[in-house]
Design a protein around this ligand. Structure first.
Ligand code: BDR
Ligand code: CA
Length: 310
């Protein structure tokens, strides 16, 4: 079986941690490296979190720290959802796994330049590392097979009515990626808000009874409680792993080609992914935008993959 080669660029983050869990074990995915960015918390914290998740799951994947602040705007974090550490909830063993020496942006450039154009870049945090890599070495752009991102929304945002966190946290970087001309699959809030991790799901995954299911339960207890406090929902939307689930089984998502433009100019709608759902503008679509998700299939996939761990 041909494995899909990916670089997972993330800001763990509870849902990022579940994305790592799926990407690290599924036989259809070749997880080449994890690159980390500031987002849900500072770079120092998200880097430690990525290492902790890999160590806890026994994943032998190199982890590279990248950009600690957005391209232009001031840094923002999401401590209300992910806590002071960025991954509040699980208690990890003392950390032995170390970061690679190379900067994440340089790792991306090297890896893509040496490739045959068969690497997909998955981003589940602000797109700073990818945007910087594209600006530093534009020759990587044609080497990228596809960009699959969790971010944006053609309906409502979650930081402002217009904007979703990963995009507003570095809208300039998202602008660079969305204007790069490479194929983009946008997994936005429009679909991720349908994958609500209700207590019954947490209980179902907990029954698996291995290290991955324990991690999932410890993560989701904190994540779902903070989603309830902030948004009033019983179940937290498990955004980031849907990118990986989609690569494992594309039938999980229904997508629609649209022209999607990042708003980097307005005040009220800064960071909005303006998606031309109806094609009014007669512009060439630059993104396949997720419009629906087979929620049952998604939870089955999460369960199947948690079970693959010993
Ligand atoms: C996104 O923002 C982060 O808080 C989550 O990890 C996810 O990537 C959802 O808006
Ligand atoms: Ca994230």
């Amino acid at each position: 079986m041909d494995k899909r080669k990916i670089i997972l660029d993330c800001d763990p983050g509870h849902d990022d941690a579940v994305a790592i869990t799926l990407a690290g074990i599924n036989e259809k995915i070749d997880l080449l490296g994890i690159t980390v960015v500031a987002g849900n918390q500072t770079l120092e914290k998200t880097s430690v979190n990525a290492l902790n998740v890999c160590q806890c799951l026994g994943l032998d994947v190199p982890v590279y720290a990248g950009c600690g602040q957005p391209m232009i705007r001031e840094k923002m974090v999401a401590a209300d959802i992910h806590g002071e550490t960025g991954l509040d909830g699980p208690v990890f063993e003392p950390l032995k796994k170390k970061l690679e020496d190379q900067h994440a942006v340089l790792y991306m450039i090297d890896t893509l330049m040496k490739s045959d154009g068969d690497i997909t870049v998955v981003t589940t945090g602000p797109m700073t590392n990818l945007g910087m890599a594209m600006r530093l070495e534009p020759a990587i752009i044609p080497k990228i097979q596809e960009i699959v991102l969790m971010g944006g929304a053609y309906t409502n945002g979650n930081v402002t009515p217009a904007a979703e966190f990963n995009i507003i946290a570095d809208a300039d970087a998202a602008y660079v990626a969305f204007t790069s001309g490479r194929p983009i699959t946008m997994v936005g809030l429009d679909v991720t808000r349908k994958a609500l991790c209700y207590p019954s799901i947490v209980e179902r995954m907990g029954k698996i009874g291995n290290k991955a299911s324990k991690l999932f339960v410890d993560l989701m207890k904190h994540f779902c409680a903070s989603q309830k406090a902030v948004f009033g929902w019983e179940g937290g939307p498990l955004h980031d792993p849907i990118t990986i689930a989609y690569l494992i089984d594309p039938s999980i998502l229904t997508t629609k080609p649209m022209h999607a433009e990042i708003d980097i100019r307005s005040t009220q709608s800064y960071g909005r992914t303006n998606c031309d759902y109806f094609g009014y503008q007669k512009k060439e679509p630059n993104a396949n935008v997720g419009i629906d998700i087979d929620v049952e299939k998604f939870w089955d996939l999460v369960e199947d993959n948690l079970k693959k761990y010993s």
